[in-house]
Design a binder for this molecule. Structure first.
Ligand code: KDO
Length: 338
């Protein structure tokens, strides 16, 4: 159908409209371009506290620096596989992650002191060590050697062993022959063997099915993670070995960090600390109640002779190749933190 001719008035109105829109469009493009994209990857399942904490970080950044950051959260290992985050950060394919002492130990061997069972006493000890001079010293080396900047240390929980089939467990000898899943690095496997079991490497995302089908007999994790990943559905006993006060470090790639101004860095650090506070508070609260929940789910909860586990684990590390990387006096300095 032929269109009626456009009157001069209509033409002028349209032109004025466009003239107004153009700067706005350009401004939109500039905003999108100058926004710092922060990609986050974690193996954590959505319902775990260290997955949910990323939303806290995102919301805090949106409030403190509107329009400056675009935070993209990828959970359950959907962007990078567990353990590959440090390489992705160093290559500039990832900006933020929460990595473990085990990940760091591969490039900063002295950090493996925190992969050893029974090194840290409890969550308070952990926070004091990493937020004090020892943390400062070691984090400097992490930045130098890994091109990442640690921002905050979160409490992942105290690791316990859960079994597919119940058995009497008093000492490490009672775990002999048991296929205990551990994440796949040498430091993790060493810990599993030190507990007396046969350590079997496997990624976190495969554990549920492996327990269900019997590929493995047991796994170790903090109990809030057992609940969040639903391992209680496929295990029948919890053995309270408390062998590792575990943590994760929120890190940003040096590339992203160096591209930020001082104010942005300060806001990102504050947001990471808020995320850690959310995680720590909720996780501690849950750890205090979770044994009851697991009992209600039909699991047996047993306490072994923890001293015999501690002795065996500490003996296994003493004189090991792993412990040779620890600077003299570091274990004593850690123990002396009160
Ligand atoms: C696990 O694979 O057992 C582990 O607990 C190891 C941790 O270092 C961390 O990677 C964690 O998984 C994931 O964040 C999933 O909770």
């Amino acid at each position: 159908m032929p269109q009626p001719p456009v009157s001069r008035r209509q033409f002028n109105a349209a032109a004025a409209c466009l003239a107004g829109a153009a700067p706005a469009l350009l401004l939109g493009a500039a905003t999108a371009q100058t926004r710092t994209v922060l990609r986050i990857s974690t193996p954590a399942v959505p319902d775990d506290w260290h997955a949910r904490m990323w939303t806290v970080l995102k919301e805090q950044l949106e409030a403190s620096s509107p329009g400056e950051f675009e935070v993209q959260i990828h959970l359950a290992g959907s962007l990078f596989k567990q353990g590959t985050e440090p390489a992705a950060l160093a290559r500039g394919n990832l900006e933020l992650a929460s990595i473990s002492a085990f990940d760091i130990a591969r490039q900063v061997p002295e950090f493996s002191v925190f992969t050893a069972g029974y090194t840290l006493r409890d969550p308070q000890h952990q926070q004091k060590v990493f937020n004090g001079p020892i943390g400062e010293e070691l984090f400097r080396r992490v930045t130098e050697r890994m091109d990442i900047v640690p921002l905050a240390t979160l409490y992942l929980g105290t690791r316990q062993v859960t079994l597919r089939e119940p058995r009497a467990v008093r000492t490490p000898a009672d775990l002999k022959g048991l296929k205990l899943r551990m994440p796949g690095t040498k430091e993790w496997l060493f810990l599993g063997e030190a507990l007396g079991a046969t350590a079997t490497p496997m990624a976190f995302g495969e554990v549920y099915l492996a327990l269900k089908t019997g590929t493995i007999d047991a796994q170790d994790n903090p109990l809030p993670t057992v609940r969040a990943a639903k391992f209680h559905e496929v295990t029948r006993q919890v053995v309270l070995t408390s062998h590792l006060v575990d943590g994760l470090f929120i890190v940003v790639s040096s590339k992203a960090w160096n591209a930020m101004n001082a104010a942005q860095r300060q806001k990102l650090r504050a947001a990471a600390q808020a995320a850690v506070a959310f995680n720590n508070e909720n996780r501690l609260k849950e750890e205090a109640q979770i044994v009851e929940f697991l009992r209600q789910q039909g699991l047996q909860v047993t306490t072994p002779d923890v001293e015999s586990f501690r002795r065996a684990v500490q003996q296994a590390y003493a004189g090991s190749e792993i412990a040779r990387a620890w600077p003299p006096g570091l274990v004593d300095r850690i123990a002396a933190v009160r």
